[in-house]
Design a binder for this molecule. Structure first.
Ligand code: SF4
Length: 431
């Protein structure tokens, strides 16, 4: 079966409606408790972060925005001097910070503030206690998941080198899900480290005998950086749903010579649990048509899960960027549908209205207007904030898509009809 592996891809380059890469700080700062993210940006960037992350009352914040004022933007002041002073004050007050990320934004790019050189200079001043790295979260360059990719890619050159054979799992998953993945591998006798490590001292080492397995489909730059460091990617679908998780584990197990009996002992019970749990939720999803607008690069993997394990019919699967090598195993499993890469938002909305799917996965900015038109929507960003990987979360992943359909059904007083885009229900707040 080749699925969508050879399918034509509709490529669009136009106005797009997505969050910028700064959003990734919201989950990255939770993952790395000894890291600090200093956005060099504007008040808009500060507001985005504050509203995306909510207010942290009990913890010392681990991200902030160094605001570029009008004088900086006009080149009237030396922004580098101010940055050095801000970082020195921050690190003096916060000796617990072991990794400091200078995060570029649209304003820092517009004034061409060289954060790579700033990070080098600050690293010389503050390492080894605090490593200073930089990456861009600018909306000019990144969509919301690319912020994580840029952050992890920036960490790779600083990793210690090794000639030892080792395995690195790549992607920032919630600790509880990461622990499940490590336990599944451990049950097969496989030890692994994770990028990003929770603590600076636990960072994986990398070299020519390193193999790595991606946990998220949007980590293309990180994969390229690991390849440059000599590591080899284990090709696999992504661990979404029972099938994706099993295929991902199988690929890692095969790379380590694990036999079938050991694999079955480690996976049979959680596989059966996941299948059973997903099948209950799939009753709501089966037969429904779904379209994805391009937001996260997770779209083909999610469409594959929803089609093959939940009986949904993908109509259009849009993705901001389709990395053909990383996605090859996913596309081979994805049933025939319209694949699109990039966005020309008006044209895409025209196609969406004509398709009238039962469920549309899109960004927050488009969700409420589409609901007002009668389409049922799901916020793409929730898929990154919610634990959805591996066996124990497979049913939760399906439930994220079932919830808006159930709610629509309740409000209409019946099961959601196929192609509900043609129906004008009450205006709903998107989930
Ligand atoms: S980085 Fe750009 S897109 Fe993101 S909040 Fe700042 S100004 Fe807006």
């Amino acid at each position: 079966m080749t699925g969508c592996a050879q399918a034509p891809v509709l490529r669009e380059r136009g106005q797009h409606e997505v969050f910028c890469g700064l959003t990734g700080i919201v989950w990255l700062h939770r993952k790395m408790p000894d890291a600090f993210f200093l956005v060099v940006g504007s008040r808009t960037c500060a507001h985005l972060l504050q509203s995306a992350a909510g207010v942290m009352i009990f913890a010392e914040p681990r991200f902030a925005t160094a605001i570029l004022e009008e004088g900086d933007l006009a080149g009237l002041k030396d922004a580098n001097e101010e940055l050095d002073r801000t970082v020195a004050q921050l690190l003096e007050r916060r000796p617990d910070v072991r990794r400091l990320f200078l995060v570029g934004s649209c304003p820092s790019e517009v004034i061409k503030l060289d954060l790579a050189r700033a990070a080098e200079r600050l690293n010389a001043a503050h390492a080894p206690h605090t490593a200073v790295l930089n990456y861009s979260g600018s909306g000019i360059e990144t969509t919301f998941t690319q912020g994580e990719d840029a952050c992890l890619a920036a960490m790779v050159p600083a990793l210690e080198r090794t000639d030892d054979a080792n395995l690195v799992l790549v992607g920032a998953l919630p600790d509880v899900v990461e622990d499940q993945a490590l336990a599944l591998l451990s049950a097969m006798g496989i030890a692994a480290q994770v990028l990003p490590a929770r603590r600076a001292g636990e960072a994986p080492r990398v070299g020519p005998n390193t193999r790595y397995a991606l946990l998220q489909p949007f980590l293309g730059d990180t994969a390229a950086a690991l390849d440059r460091a000599g590591a080899t990617r284990i090709a696999a679908p992504f661990p979404f749903g029972e099938e994706g998780t099993t295929a991902w584990l199988r690929a890692v197990a095969d790379a380590h010579g694990v036999d079938d009996a050991t694999f079955a002992r480690a996976t049979d019970a959680p596989r059966a649990r996941a299948r059973k749990a997903v099948s209950t939720v799939a009753e709501t999803l089966s037969g429904k048509r779904i379209s994805f607008l391009p937001d996260s690069q997770m779209e083909p993997s999610l469409a594959r899960f929803l089609a093959r394990e939940c009986g949904m019919e993908p109509v259009e699967v849009g993705t901001p960027y389709l990395h053909s090598a990383i996605m090859a195993e996913e596309l081979a499993l994805l049933p025939e549908c319209r694949l699109s890469e990039g966005q020309d938002v008006e044209r895409q909305l025209d196609r969406l209205r004509a398709d009238a799917p039962d469920l549309t996965v899109c960004g927050l900015g488009l969700a409420n207007p589409l609901e007002a038109e009668g389409l049922t929507t799901k916020w793409a960003i929730e898929l990154v904030f919610t634990p959805v990987h591996f066996y124990e979360q497979a049913a939760d992943l399906a439930a994220l898509f079932a919830r808006p359909l159930r709610r629509k059904g309740l409000l209409l007083g019946s099961n959601t009809p196929r192609g509900s885009g043609g129906v004008k229900p009450p205006v709903l707040a998107a989930e």
